[in-house]
Ligand binder design. Structure first.
Ligand code: ATP
Ligand code: MG
Length: 741
């Protein structure tokens, strides 16, 4: 066997080393959070390339987010130097896009095909529903239809293969929309996110020679966060693995949080069945968190109904107790979090080592306001927000149109932006004409009989627009991304229009467009020094196509935390990441576990969802290295039948699963005292007191005793204002509750 350099195996425990040194054949690393699974992947790749001479482009590693892929590439570059750049380290979707660009001819696509994102998909579905006359009345919403299409795609089903049960009219209609949706994408030469996986799977399934070629090229495949792969991703993996079966997957069934997107935990639990002879390695030592944090996480996850029992241990000490913040409402909660974050920074923790995690995006608004008020630099981690702005999307639509003029969706978006007197009626007519003749809109625009009945002004406007699009298509595709963006902004009239406007809003939009030019230029620079690919088969599309692909793939669950800034993100986006201090907000029944107001679930579905919420909570808690703070609001604004209204919230059942001791001795004593008081009720005035014994730098604890008072003696709800910058822990809810119920 090849020699193994010592340093790759240092800082690994025996089980990790076993996984890194495992030579050929399927390997499954099944282990809890923070046990070094990702580290195993990185070291295993480094060892393959450096010590076993595997060609880097014969290694494919797949992770869940761009951020995780980026971090993996960085760590590999530190271990391997420039060789690391030739590895295939990316998300499933980015892999699919790269595959399709290489196999574009076979897939019937141009190599610079456009990728439709969620917003594009939704617009397309809306258009199709109205075309079918299904957009009025009580029918299906575009969102529902799109979710169903996505579900089918996640199961690797094309429209023609969808079986509609019995006479279900809704399903039949949805299938019809799916069918037209496929046709619209095909006409535009575009793909959606689902296609990035589905199309490669189909190409590989249908063509044995192609399959042999691709399976032959990847000598080693590695997958992180394997518990969240859905059937189509798993199928792709199986097709690429081929007879060599050098596939290594790592994951944690306790962190499966994408069931709602079609992920299937049975992939991980049944892996050794699909790949007989799999070597299974379990990791049990956690290197990330303190014992207190692990105990808390374990208390929550161990109550999940369906799980393989496992428990992590750590050599690190108990560390700081958990802290708890309670606010009267979501704003008070957010303010308390902001104060505690400020205190954490005051203790010397850098902002980017602090994260505030929440269940739903809506929770971010009060948090954001509180951070701003407290002057804490923060970033909301939601990869695409910049690219979601209307003007940026307009510019992107022009760019995509330049690459593929047949993209009707993009054409409809910009045909009257900036306004050029082409109204909805005109577009309607063009659409009918195009549909009747099976033409893309751009060709209908140029057809004499399509425009014959229009007013001369409209005809002129359409002729100019047609000239604009064909001009862009002729000149722009070969340009560098930065120049291409500038060209589009200028020729389309977008910039000129904003300059005329003289409003604050116009200025802001123009600034965003300038930002887009800057982003495109940065992209050009980032690829300028690129050495030619070592892999002779590598095909690199022109810069503009690559830039647009990068934008399209910025996933929703994607983290990019600029230096020093506190990260605000959803629990889903936090997976795989770690921070010194974590704040878990909204620990209330209904918020976490989240309760879908529309959910009409059977008892077993409810259990399944509750388990998934539990796993989410577990993911959130295990992001913390040193300090975990949990917060909740007593009431929270929600949207009921009569618009927004406040709802009283109960502390989360997950909170009640936590042993009080984890919050420190003082709290545990107090809880026991309350229990005793409750067992033998005596009239006792409410107390507001500060418990002694809080250590320097440790959150102190304030209690108001109103819940101990007898109904006969209503208590004033006094709450001392916390001194600025000092964290406050309230423990005033009813801890006893129905714990264990
Ligand atoms: P998650 O399930 O959250 O994705 P993970 O199992 O992938 O976690 P890693 O992120 O690989 O865990 O590791 C967690 C932390 O522990 C990292 O900071 C990593 O550098 C560190 N670590 C892992 N293994 C060791 C080790 N043997 N010695 C020291 N530190 C380690
Ligand atoms: Mg990991």
């Amino acid at each position: 066997p090849a020699p193994v350099a010592e340093d790759l195996l240092q800082d690994l425990n025996d089980a990790q080393r076993e996984a890194v040194l495992h030579d050929d054949g399927p390997l499954l690393v099944l282990a809890g959070a923070g046990s070094g699974k990702t580290r195993v992947i990185v070291h295993r790749i480094a060892r393959l390339v450096r010590d076993r001479g595997v060609v880097p482009w014969h290694v494919l590693a797949v992770t869940f987010t761009n951020k995780a892929a980026g971090e993996m590439r960085e760590r590999l570059e530190r271990l391997l130097g420039p060789l690391a750049r030739e590895l295939w380290v990316q998300t499933f979707h980015a892999f699919g896009a790269r595959f399709l660009r290489r196999e574009a001819a076979r897939a019937g696509l141009s190599p610079s095909f456009a990728i439709y994102d969620d917003d594009d998909q939704l617009r397309l579905v809306k258009g199709l529903l109205s075309e079918l006359g299904l957009d009025e009345g009580e029918g299906l919403t575009p969102r529902q239809v799109l979710s169903q299409i996505d579900r089918w795609k996640n199961q690797a089903l094309r429209a023609a293969e969808v079986k509609v049960a019995g006479l279900d009219p809704e399903a039949a209609r949805t299938k019809e929309v799916y069918h037209r949706y496929e046709q619209a994408l095909a006409r535009a030469g575009a793909v959606d996110f689902g296609d990035l996986l589905l199309r490669p799977v189909r190409l590989l399934e249908e063509d044995a020679a192609l399959r042999a070629r691709w399976a032959g090229r990847f000598r080693y495949l590695l997958v992180d966060e394997f518990q969240d792969t859905n059937p189509v991703q798993y199928r792709l993996l199986q097709l690429l693995t081929g007879p060599r079966r050098n596939v290594c997957v790592v994951g944690d069934d306790d962190q499966a949080i994408y069931r709602w997107r079609g992920a299937d935990v049975s992939n991980i639990l049944g892996f050794d069945g699909d790949f007989p002879g799999t070597k299974v390695v379990k990791l049990e030592q956690n290197y990330r968190s303190t014992r207190t944090i692990l105990d808390a996480a374990h208390a929550v996850i161990s109550r999940a109904r369906r799980r393989r029992d496992k428990r992590l241990w750590t050599e690190s000490g108990a560390g700081a107790p958990l802290a708890l913040l309670v606010g009267e409402d979501e704003h008070a909660e957010a303010e308390r979090i902001a104060r505690a974050v400020a205190a954490e920074r005051g203790r010397g923790t850098s902002g980017d080592e602090i994260a505030v995690l929440y269940r739903t995006n809506a929770q971010s608004r009060p948090l954001e306001a509180a951070m701003r008020a407290a002057r804490i630099p923060y970033v909301i981690v939601r990869g695409t927000s910049f690219y979601e702005r209307a003007e940026v999307r307009d510019a992107a639509a022009y760019l995509r149109l330049a690459l593929s003029p047949a993209s009707d969706l993009d054409l409809e978006r910009v045909v009257n932006r900036p306004p050029r007197g082409i109204g909805d009626k005109t577009v309607e007519r063009l659409r009918a004409h195009a549909a009747a003749r099976g033409l893309p809109l751009v060709e209908a625009v140029a057809e004499r009989d399509a425009v014959a009945e229009l007013k001369p002004a409209a005809r002129r406007a359409l002729a100019e627009f047609h000239a604009l699009v064909t001009g862009l298509a002729a000149d722009v595709p070969a340009l560098d991304a930065g120049v291409a963006v500038q060209e589009v902004l200028k020729r389309s009239g977008m910039l000129a229009r904003l300059e005329e406007e003289h409003t604050d809003e116009a200025v802001e939009r123009a600034e965003n467009l300038a930002e887009l030019v800057a982003a495109a230029r940065e992209f050009d620079e980032s690829i300028a020094g690129e050495p030619p690919p070592g892999d002779p088969e590598e095909v690199r599309p022109p810069p503009l196509a690559r830039f647009l692909e990068q934008i399209a793939l910025l996933g929703e669950a994607d983290a990019a935390t600029p230096e020093g800034r506190v990260a605000l993100m959803t629990l889903h986006a936090a997976k795989g990441l770690e921070f010194e201090a974590v704040f878990l907000a909204g620990m209330e029944d209904g918020t976490l576990p989240y309760e879908r107001p529309w959910a009409d679930q059977t008892a077993s579905e409810r259990d399944e969802s509750l388990d998934e919420e539990r796993r989410l909570c577990y993911v959130g808690m295990t992001r913390a290295k040193r300090r975990l703070t949990i917060s909740l609001a007593r009431r929270r604004i929600g949207y009921g039948e009569n618009g927004p209204s406040y709802r009283n919230m109960e502390p989360s059942r997950f909170l009640r699963d936590l042993p009080p001791e984890l919050f420190g001795d003082a709290v545990a004593r107090e809880v026991r005292a309350r229990e005793a008081a409750r067992a033998a009720p005596v009239a006792r005035p409410p107390t507001i007191r500060r418990l002694p014994g809080a250590l320097e730098g440790e959150p102190h604890i304030e209690l108001d005793g109103d819940e101990l008072s007898q109904p006969a003696a209503p208590a004033p709800r006094a709450r001392p204002a916390a001194p600025r910058g000092e964290p406050t822990v309230d423990y005033s809810f009813d801890q006893r509750g129905d714990a264990g119920a």
